[in-house]
Design a protein around this ligand. Structure first.
Ligand SMILES: Nc1ncnc2c1ncn2[C@@H]1O[C@H](COP(=O)(O)OP(=O)(O)O)[C@@H](O)[C@H]1O
Ligand SMILES: [Mg+2]
Length: 264
């Protein structure tokens, strides 16, 4: 479903701030792979997701989504293959628009019919049912402006919007990190439910090792712009936080011990 081949990305080329963020990155995902991603600050996790979504051109390498070489496609063209949820709850939804209008925009993604046609009653029923599955009471507030929602409610809505038209790949970049622990747990549970029920292929970056172990069928650790650990299936099920800490220090030196966020 995804093939990243020998990806290299350098920021600020030719300046004193030059930084190789992805350094010969390789990763292949099978359809239905749900991969959790951990790694120290600056390891290249967000850069990998940005490379996939096409935020900028990579220096070299190939990006293939479901057999289509998207390496030279602009971001808006790749967007039809992808669902994305970022850390910032403000980013995924349109503040000044109603909940149902936001859903309608997501529903029309990749379709010719625009919002000017209005939202049909059949659509409204669909949105109501989907919102019910979030269990946040949003199905009774469909005409409310999204700006009135809490961070957790907005992330849940963003998740729904990102998966309304089943994406080939769902990219989650620390999407619960800005939420309080209880809300974060709820949004995470919801993510798990949406991914497994729809058989989505997903990449989920988290700074929490326990969450990385508890979710998905595969776990990768990144370090210095590369995949430094890749564990799946039964081996992943047996993983412990201690294992990960140990593997991290073997693979990359002492960086992990000082990175307290990863242990929380
Ligand atoms: N847009 C950018 N401009 C310059 N440097 C960047 C940019 N994005 C990321 N970097 C640098 O690339 C490295 C990897 O960053 P990132 O992928 O955000 O790490 P993380 O694993 O914490 O998500 C870091 O050194 C970061 O400072
Ligand atoms: Mg990041």
């Amino acid at each position: 479903m995804l093939k990243l081949q020998n990806i290299r990305k350098t920021f600020n080329i030719g300046t004193p701030n030059e930084k190789v963020a992805l350094d010969g990155l390789n990763l292949t995902l099978k359809p239905g792979d749900f991969v959790t991603i951990i790694g120290g600050n600056g390891a290249g996790k967000s850069t990998m997701l940005n490379a996939i979504s096409g935020a900028w051109a990579v220096d070299s390498g190939e990006i293939i989504i479901d057999g289509v070489d998207v390496t030279n496609l602009p971001e808006y063209k790749r967007a039809e293959y992808l669902g994305r949820v970022f850390q910032d709850p403000m980013m995924g939804t349109a503040t000044d628009m109603e909940i149902e209008e936001n859903l309608a925009i997501a529903y029309r993604r990749g379709k010719k019919r625009g919002l000017s046609w209005g939202i049909t009653s059949k659509e409204r029923e669909l949105y109501k049912e989907l919102l019910k599955t979030l269990d946040l009471g949003l199905e009774t507030r469909m005409r409310s402006k999204v700006g009135l929602l809490s961070g957790g409610q907005r992330q849940a809505l963003t998740l729904l919007m990102a998966t309304l038209q089943k994406p080939k790949l769902l990219l989650l970049d620390e999407h619960t990190a800005a939420l309080d622990p209880k809300t974060a747990a709820k949004v995470l549970e919801l993510s798990e439910k949406i991914i497994t029920e729809n058989g989505l292929t997903a990449l989920m970056v988290t700074h929490n090792m326990k969450d990385a172990i508890a979710h998905g069928n595969r776990l990768i650790m990144m370090g210095n712009g590369k995949v430094i650990l890749d564990i799946e299936g039964e081996d992943k099920k047996k993983l412990t936080v201690e294992d990960l800490l140990q593997k991290f220090s073997v693979a990359s030196g002492s960086e992990f011990a000082s990175d307290r966020a990863l242990l929380s």
